[in-house]
Design a protein around this ligand. Sequence first.
Ligand code: R5P
Length: 297
Amino acid sequence: MLVVGGPASNGIDAALAKRLGAEHLVVQHKIFPDGESYIRYPRPRLSGTVILVQSLCPPQDKHLVELLLMADAAKDLGAERVVAVVPYLAYSRQDKRFLEGEAISVKTVLKCLECAGVDCVVTVDLHSEKIVKYSKVPVVNVSAVPALVEWVRAAIPAGEEVVVLSPDKGGLARARAAAELLGAGFDYVEKVRDRVTGEVRAVPKRLSVEGRVAVIIDDIISTGGTIALAAKSALEQGAKEVYAACTHALLVSGAQERMARAGAKRVVATNTVPSPVSEVDVSPLLGEAVNKALSLL
Ligand code: R5P
């Protein structure tokens, strides 16, 4: 078995190869002067099972094309099975038509992976489990919530009463899972997003946060607007402190400053996307997930 790191593997490739006791290789890549991507395996032939590791973090489109080139070339060079470990699957928030005529982007991404020769996708915290239905090849989706909870447990002083908050109703199951592991209560902020401008606002709602440390948990932090809104609501209603934990920290457009201004004391994420807060390593989870993927092929 061979683990191959792509240009956006964020070190997960090496850790995964070590865990699986597999050979490790990194593809050569460059960008041509006109912006096109180039991928080369540093050997003429491949065989057996090849595990590709490539996150679809920003720039998403470039990283997607690189992954497609890696998968197709792997099959051309003789790989019998290709497992794509995609720690962050971009486009997963566009998983339905919110407005008439929209593309269902994640469906297209999954179709492309399959078309390029991917036999199984392994990923972390899909925006919604329903996305799996768009893929003709198996998708193994692992949760980073237990690993994030371990971080939270170590970061919050013992004796504090904790409440886990989902920043919207859609993430309630994630908050409930984290709360169960922490032995804490949970609640959610009622958020509405303008589907045209993307702006979010909170609908007035009583939160059970008074005198407690609020831990906001989400799958993605992009602009930080959602976390900022939830942090502000929690602090206005008497939360002692606010921590935020997410799986994929995209952190665009001044997200860190926005969350800090709203009162978030600390923000943490996993290393599915490289960022200054990506402290929690998902390699152990992905090792188990790859073994599950191999049993499905
Ligand atoms: C939305 O449903 C997601 O779960 C995240 O809450 C959202 O993508 C975060 O985006 P932002 O940080 O830009 O508010």
